[in-house]
Design a protein around this ligand. Structure first.
Ligand code: PHE
Length: 338
């Protein structure tokens, strides 16, 4: 008996030493230590060992199991190391790396972030509203009567539910005033949708940036100064900016703003970039009715609003001739703004 255990041990250890793959190693583990393994069976023989030899037998058994287990583990980690080495041997770490293509910010994102930066420095906070709007926030509360052309089926994307894709970000003016009391000074960049004929300066989805400042004693010079400052910050102090009288249902008086566009090889021309004006008292009254209070009492409250086209601003900044380039995502075009 006492010879059998050391014999199993040295045979197993010799066998393990000669193994060259993990599968065979596992087979040997089962053949020696498994339920029917040689050492397990030999251990069962302890019942036939005379009482006074049982302790010595047990010690031999434990020593054998420990030694075999250690040999198995050592072999396994040696085999794994060898496999790792072999896998890495084919890699030449001195080869130049494959270049990683790094993305850049889209020109629209760049101009939007810049515009937001300028206006935030002037104290405007960011506001937000849904792109799927109802007629109240997009039109009625903005003093736009039911027969106004902007509400026409052929100019606006309507859903069967009666909701619509907002035609401008001015709906955020109403949503902001419904939830906040004056003074408010907010900007709201976002998408707007119109069933426009698509051409070099029109898309059916475009990007606007709305602004609203309501307090007491806000005046037309405040509006003009704010926007002139804004465009000069964005395009440089020598940029031509002009205000043309216009009509919007929700502002009175109202203006359109043109900025002079310079494209290499073309005569400079004025391009319309924004609408603006003093908030019409009818808008304040619609908000009061919706809030069910008089927080925007037109006798005490004044304000200005503006909405600019971010796509147009990008076109002016970089002399882009066709607005469609901004949505085609042709990397040859986009790379120029890196
Ligand atoms: N909502 C107008 C448009 O989309 C722009 C505008 C905004 C005009 C705010 C006046 C005040 O054309």
């Amino acid at each position: 008996m006492n010879e059998q255990i050391p014999a199993i041990q040295s045979a197993a250890i010799a066998q393990i030493a000669s193994i060259a793959d993990e599968r065979t190693l596992d087979e040997v583990r089962v053949a020696v230590l498994g339920k029917k393994g040689t050492l397990t069976l030999a251990a069962a023989g302890i019942k036939d060992v005379p009482q006074e030899e049982k302790a010595a037998f047990g010690q031999l058994l434990n020593a054998a199991r420990t030694a075999i287990t250690a040999a198995l583990e050592e072999k396994q980690s040696a085999l794994r190391d060898a496999a790792d080495h072999a896998a890495l041997a084919g890699i030449d770490v001195t080869l130049p790396a494959r270049p990683l293509a790094i993305g850049t910010l889209h020109p629209l994102t760049q101009i939007r972030d810049e515009a937001i930066g300028i206006l935030r420095r002037m104290g405007f906070a960011l506001a937000d509203g849904p792109e799927i709007e109802d007629e109240f926030h997009c039109f009625d509360a903005l003093n736009t009567p039911a027969d106004h052309p902007a509400r026409n089926e052929k100019d606006t994307f309507y859903f069967d539910s009666g909701k619509l894709l907002r035609t401008h970000t001015s709906s955020v003016q109403i949503r902001t005033m419904e939830s906040q009391s004056p003074p408010v000074r907010i900007i709201a960049p976002g998408s707007a949708y119109r069933r426009d004929e698509i051409d070099a300066t029109h898309l059916s989805v475009f990007n606007q940036l709305e602004g609203l400042y309501v307090a007491t004693d806000v005046s037309l010079p405040d509006l003009k100064g704010t926007l002139e400052y804004f465009f000069h910050e964005l395009f440089g102090p020598d940029t031509g900016v002009r205000f043309r009288p216009h009509f919007f249902p929700f502002t009175e008086p109202s203006f359109e703003i043109d900025v002079k566009l310079h494209i290499k090889g073309q005569a400079p021309r004025w391009i319309e970039v924004a609408g603006c004006g003093m908030v019409d008292p009818a808008v304040f009254e619609a908000v009061n009715a919706s809030r069910n209070d008089r927080a925007y009492d037109p006798d005490k409250t004044t304000g200005f609003a503006f909405g600019m086209g971010l796509d147009r601003l990008a076109m002016i900044r970089w002399g882009i001739k066709d607005i469609r380039l901004l949505i085609e995502n042709d990397t040859r075009f986009l790379k120029q703004f890196a």
